[in-house]
Design a protein around this ligand. Structure first.
Ligand code: TEU
Length: 569
């Protein structure tokens, strides 16, 4: 018997503030902008807003580099604006969760500024400092071969004290030393308690598996012979004290009725359950990366390979069956600010099939077990950036470092190689999710009255909220319907048991969702061809919803058509 909770039934909408809604014409989204769109989100059926980092920051990694947990990035607004947003969410019966980024801070955080001053500074040990390694010729090297997630070494040399500090992400994002009790207490008070007291309803916990590093700091095994610095996840993911740390975080939150969702990264079912099994009392749920990482190497996002519908089904199955037989809870998502647009990856972003495949993905997502997350713009079918954009149109530090590294490793790259590189970047860069939100067809898509910080996707006159709001057949209108249906049949869609039928079918994705007293049957055509519809169960079917406003034939599914039925017993 599943324990029902508000945070299990919630539909969560992720806002990446830089690109969401600019209220003052400076070209950057802001908090008052977010507040102004709450009626829109409420109409969509959203219960919880997840705000990606809005803390004070030099914005090297768009807010995931925090310089002050207790303040707001001035370009986004003020603490008062946050209080208003929290209040406005609550007065509408909605909740709001923040991003908790506590694996690292910005190098501009006061803690780090102190830490770097001297080896005997009181805060020296709040970050991870190590002496250089010298070769037989006396050349200086980083302490080990660990690579950063944003290319290059994970260590940055600091002349001031002749030591290196660890940064698993950008150079300007030093990793905090969780081994130090004072550091942990400071994080708890400044990053967590401060915001709980201001009324937030929980957190999405960034890089939640990485706080506890293996203290040996050994060299990582060589995985990619073509680069100098290697993936080092085995030494920082699910480290020896990680569960002790999460139990302490959960203890701190216990007096508050909040939700927590961890971003633990790629991990096995066994490892994942240690974080989210209810009896462990750590976090409520976590994101599983099987679907979003499909076709790429989790150790290096730009190493890609082909995949087909069967691989996709397998990834959905892994996520769909994750909680079976356990007391854990799970999430459903196919987009966030770190991954390309889902229609471009798993659907079809050609003008002919964009809407149809967007509806197919919306139907799939709304039928799956777990707490549902939608990323800004997903609901209107925003897609990847056009293929002819140049590297100057990309702004993400991860993309730019990767591009730079490629040029360093291939100084004589020819036009063909550069073309290949840009193809990869176009398909997989995080920038795809980060173009300004498309509100209407006025200049800059109604995102800003000024000059947008990042180029708006060229397709905004067609794809925007205003166009879709007044069209009952739009993807946006379909999302609204599916979110309602999900709530109406929550026993089946949110809590039910997931079972794929006819797994080997290369075009159709057919599955049952079994609730306590009723079962639904979903079939979705994930191909560009018309496909024969064959009922795979004995029971009669009662029609509930289709992606198509006019079903052409009961026996045939048009390209990307999906239908949900109820089994009649
Ligand atoms: O992302 C973390 C992240 O990218 C890895 O944990 C990821 O799981 C791994 O590379 C793939 O297996 C978070 C934020 O979502 C991202 O935007 C930030 O840039 C990053 O942390 C640093 O804070």
């Amino acid at each position: 018997m599943i324990d029902e909770k508000w945070w299990k039934e919630a539909t969560v909408y992720q806002i990446w503030p830089t690109s969401y809604k600019d209220s003052n014409g400076d070209g950057v989204g802001d908090i008052p902008g977010v507040t102004s769109t709450l009626p829109y989100l409420q109409e969509l059926g959203i219960d919880v807003v997840w705000l990606s980092p809005m803390y004070d920051s030099p914005m090297n990694d768009f807010g995931y580099d925090i310089s002050d947990y207790e303040n707001v990035y001035p370009g986004f607004g003020t603490l008062q604006d946050m209080d208003t947003l929290i209040q406005e969410c609550h007065s509408r019966g909605m909740k709001i969760i923040l991003d908790l980024v506590i694996n690292h801070t910005s190098d501009q955080h006061a803690w780090f500024k102190e830490s770097r001053l001297s080896k005997d500074n009181a805060k020296r040990d709040w970050y991870i400092w190590k002496p250089p390694r010298y070769d037989s010729e006396g050349n200086r090297h980083p302490p080990n071969n660990w690579g950063s997630y944003f290319s290059g070494s994970a260590w940055k040399y600091d002349e001031l004290t002749n030591e290196y500090y660890l940064h698993l992400f950008a150079e300007s994002q030093p990793d905090l030393n969780w081994e130090n009790e004072d550091t942990r207490q400071a994080i708890f008070q400044s990053a967590i308690k401060f915001w709980l007291d201001r009324g937030v309803d929980g957190f999405r916990i960034d890089t939640a598996g990485m706080y506890s590093k293996h203290q040996g700091f050994k060299d990582a095994p060589i995985k990619f012979a073509d680069i100098e610095f290697q993936p080092c996840k085995i030494y920082h993911q699910h480290g020896p004290r990680i569960h002790e740390f999460h139990k302490a975080i959960a203890d701190l939150m216990k007096p508050f009725d909040v939700m927590t969702v961890g971003e633990v990264g790629h991990s096995t079912r066994e490892e994942s359950l240690k974080y989210v099994s209810a009896k462990e009392c750590e976090m409520n749920m976590m994101f599983l990366f099987d679907v979003v990482e499909l076709g790429t190497d989790p150790a290096d996002r730009f190493r890609m390979h082909e995949f087909n519908l069967l691989n996709f089904k397998k990834a959905v199955k892994t996520q769909g069956e994750f909680i079976e037989g356990t007391d854990a809870w799970s999430t459903v998502f196919i987009e966030n600010h770190d991954f390309p647009r889902s229609i471009s990856r798993f659907g079809n972003d050609s003008p002919e099939f964009r809407i149809a495949s967007g509806k197919a993905l919306a139907m799939l997502q709304c039928c799956l077990t777990g707490t549902e997350f939608i990323f800004q713009g997903q609901e209107i079918g925003m897609v990847n950036v056009p293929k002819d954009w140049t590297i100057d149109d990309y702004k993400d530090i991860g993309t730019l470092n990767y591009y730079k590294q490629f040029l360093e490793l291939n100084p004589n790259a020819d036009a063909k190689q550069l073309n290949e590189l840009m193809k990869k970047i176009n398909l997989l860069a995080r920038d795809n999710a980060r173009t300004p939100m498309q509100w209407d067809s006025t200049p800059n898509a109604g995102f800003t009255s000024g000059t947008p910080w990042m180029r708006v996707n060229d397709n905004y006159q067609k794809i925007n909220v205003k166009n879709e709001s007044c069209n009952p057949d739009s993807l946006l209108s379909f999302w609204k319907k599916m979110i309602q249906l999900r709530k109406q049949y929550k026993d089946v869609f949110i809590y039910g048991h997931f079972k794929i039928l006819d797994f080997e079918n290369p075009k159709l994705f057919t599955f049952l969702k079994e609730g306590k007293d009723r079962t639904t049957y979903t079939v979705i055509n994930f191909s560009t061809e018309e496909v024969e519809f064959e009922k795979l169960v004995n029971e009669d079917l009662e029609f509930l919803q289709s992606t198509s406003s006019s079903i052409k034939s009961n026996d045939k599914l048009s390209p990307y058509e999906g239908r949900v039925y109820l089994l009649k017993h």
